[in-house]
Write a protein that binds this ligand. Structure first.
Ligand code: GLU
Length: 484
C-alpha cells in the first residue's frame, strides 16, 4: 500500500501574508490534492518574541478567501495535534534527550560571554564562526552536577564535520554540500524551548509529513534537517524548494517591508481568483501556453515537475491584466454584487442606477479599487477642454462639435422614453440626417457629458445612467462653453 501523501503549510505568525507565503500554502495544498492526500495547517510560533498579534487570524482568513481548506489544523483538530508549536513543547525535549543518548547531541554549558568571545575571535581572523565543541565529551557526572547546580545549558546537535551531505530536491535537483561548515546547532534553548530548526523537523516527522514545499531560503538549512532525520533513523520526506519571488527592481519581497501583502491586494480590488491564478504562475507552469486556471483545475493539473528554480518576478501589470480578464469573465450579476460597494463610494450619495453602472464598467475596469475615481464624472463633470473634441479618426474638433452638439441636444430633448435604445436611435437618426457616421455624433456628445478623454463607457450608456435632465444640461453648458 502506498503511503498517504501529507503536506503542510507551516507559517510563523510573524506578520501579514505576502504573495510568497500564499504561494507556499497553495503549492502545499495542491501537492496534497493531486495525490488525494491531506493538507495540514501548523502554526510555527517557537519564536515567541517575533509573534505579531492578529497574524494567525490573517492566515485563516487568507486561506478561506482563496478557497483553500485544510484537513487538519489548530481550529479543526486532527489525529496529529496539537497543531501549534507552543502547545507541543513537551514533545521536543524527549526527542532531544534521545539524541543525547545515541550520541547525536550533547549538553552545552558555554556562557554567552564565551560564545561572544569565540565569535569575535573568528571575526578577527576573518573566518566563519563555528562552535568549537568545547562541551562535547563532557563526563556524565559533570553534566549532572552542573545541571543540579542550576547552570544554564542548551542541547546541541553533533553534526558531522567532515565528508559531504547529499540530498535530492524536486526542484533544485541533486545537491551536495561540504559538512565542514555545518555548525553544531542548538536544538533546545536554555529556556527549554526548541529552536525553530529542531521543532520543524520533529513536527514534520511526528505529523507524518511526506512532502515539504517551502521557500528556497530554507534550502541551505536542509542538510541540517537531513542530519536530524538520519540521527533518528527516520525516513526522509520529499523536498521541493520554491524559487524566490522578487520585485521588478530585483529585490526580494519581504514581510518586513510590507511587500505584496494579500490583504492590501484585496483592499485595492484584486479578485481572490485572479490572485490565486497569478500566484500559482509565480514559479509554476503547466508545460504549455495556458495561463488561466481555477482552483478546481489546478487540483487536477498541478505537478512538482512544473516548478521552476529561476526567480519569479512579481509583475503587477500582469496581475492587473489578469484581474481585468477575470472581471470580464464574471457573470454580470456577480460582478454587480462585488462592484456595488466600490460604485457606491464613487457615487458619494448620488442616486444613480448601480446595476447599469456595473454593466457599463465591467467591460473596461481592471481593478475594483479604480472604480470610485473612474466613475466620478457621473456625479460631477468639470468644464470641457475644447481640445478634447479633437479626434482625427472621427474627423472631429471643437468647430464641428459646435455644430453637432445642438443637433444632438435637439434629438435627445424630443425623447419621451429614456432608454439605451431610444437614446442610441435618436442620435443615430440625427447622424444619418446630417450625413455623418454615428461615431461622429457620439464622440463630441461623450466629451460634452464627461469632460474626459477616456471614460469607462460610451455616450449612450453614460447618458442613460445620468438621466435625461442631466444629459441635456451638460450638453447645453458644453455648447455655451464653446460659444464663449
Ligand atoms: N515557519 C516557516 C515560515 O513561515 C515555514 C518553513 C517550512 O515550511 O518549513 O517561513
Amino acid at each position: 500500500m502506498t503511503k498517504e501523501v501529507r503536506t503542510r503549510y507551516a507559517p510563523s505568525p510573524t506578520g501579514y501574508m505576502h504573495i510568497g507565503n500564499l504561494r507556499s500554502a497553495i503549492f502545499e495544498y495542491l501537492a496534497a490534492r493531486i495525490n488525494g492526500g491531506k493538507f495540514i495547517l501548523r502554526i510555527e510560533d517557537t519564536d515567541q518574541a517575533r509573534i505579531v498579534e492578529g497574524a494567525v487570524e490573517v492566515i485563516y482568513r487568507t486561506l478561506k478567501t482563496i478557497g483553500i481548506r485544510h484537513d487538519e489544523g489548530p481550529d479543526i483538530g486532527g489525529g496529529y495535534g496539537p497543531y501549534v508549536q507552543s502547545e507541543r513543547k513537551d514533545i521536543y525535549l524527549p526527542h532531544a534527550l534521545q539524541l543525547v543518548e545515541t550520541g547525536h547531541a550533547y549538553y552545552c554549558f558555554c556562557t554567552r560571554d564565551r560564545l561572544d568571545a569565540l565569535r569575535s575571535e573568528a571575526e578577527a581572523r576573518g573566518v566563519q564562526y563555528k562552535y568549537d565543541r568545547h562541551c562535547l565529551g563532557m563526563p556524565v557526572q559533570d553534566i549532572l552536577r552542573r545541571i543540579k547546580d542550576g547552570e544554564d545549558y542548551v542541547i546541541r546537535q553533533k553534526a558531522p564535520d567532515s565528508g559531504t551531505t547529499s540530498f535530492h530536491d524536486e526542484v533544485y535537483g541533486d545537491i551536495t554540500v561540504n559538512n565542514e561548515n555545518l555548525e553544531d546547532q542548538i536544538l533546545i534553548k536554555s529556556d527549554g524551548f526548541p529552536t525553530y530548526n529542531f521543532a520543524n523537523v520533529i513536527d514534520d516527522h511526528t505529523m507524518n509529513i511526506t512532502h515539504i514545499l517551502r521557500g528556497s531560503e530554507y534550502l541551505s538549512s536542509t542538510p541540517k534537517f537531513i542530519h536530524l532525520y538520519e540521527a533518528f533513523g527516520w525516513e526522509l520526506p520529499v523536498f521541493a524548494h520554491l524559487p524566490l519571488v522578487i520585485k521588478s527592481d530585483g529585490s526580494k519581497i519581504s514581510k518586513r517591508n510590507g511587500d505584496a501583502m494579500f490583504d492590501d491586494m484585496i483592499r485595492e480590488g484584486y479578485l481572490p481568483e485572479a490572485i490565486l491564478n497569478y500566484t500559482v504562475l509565480l514559479g509554476w507552469s503547466p508545460g504549455d501556453e495556458r495561463e488561466f486556471f481555477t482552483l478546481a483545475e489546478l487540483e487536477k493539473e498541478f505537478t512538482l515537475k512544473g516548478i521552476s528554480k529561476s526567480p519569479s518576478t512579481l509583475d503587477y501589470d500582469k496581475l492587473k491584466w489578469m484581474n481585468g480578464e477575470y472581471i470580464r469573465k464574471m457573470p454580470p450579476d456577480e460582478f454587480a454584487a462585488i462592484a456595488e460597494p466600490w460604485i457606491s463610494k464613487g457615487l458619494a450619495g448620488e442616486n444613480l442606477d448601480i446595476g447599469k453602472i456595473a454593466h457599463m464598467i465591467q467591460k473596461r475596469v481592471v481593478l475594483l479599487g479604480e472604480i470610485p475615481d473612474s466613475i466620478g464624472f457621473l456625479v460631477n463633470a468639470g468644464p470641457v477642454d475644447p481640445s478634447l473634441y479633437e479626434n482625427y479618426k472621427m474627423k472631429c474638433d471643437a468647430g464641428l462639435a459646435q455644430e453637432i452638439l445642438p443637433m444632438a441636444l435637439k434629438a435627445l430633448s424630443g425623447l419621451s422614453e429614456w432608454s439605451h435604445d431610444s437614446i442610441y436611435n435618436s442620435m443615430a437618426a440625427a447622424a444619418a440626417a446630417a450625413g455623418m457616421k454615428n461615431g461622429q455624433v457620439m464622440w463630441p456628445v461623450r466629451i460634452a457629458l464627461t469632460a474626459l478623454a477616456v471614460t469607462p463607457g460610451g455616450a449612450v450608456e453614460i447618458a442613460e445612467i445620468i438621466g435625461k435632465e442631466e444629459t441635456l444640461s451638460r450638453i447645453r453648458s458644453a455648447i455655451k462653453q464653446l460659444e464663449a
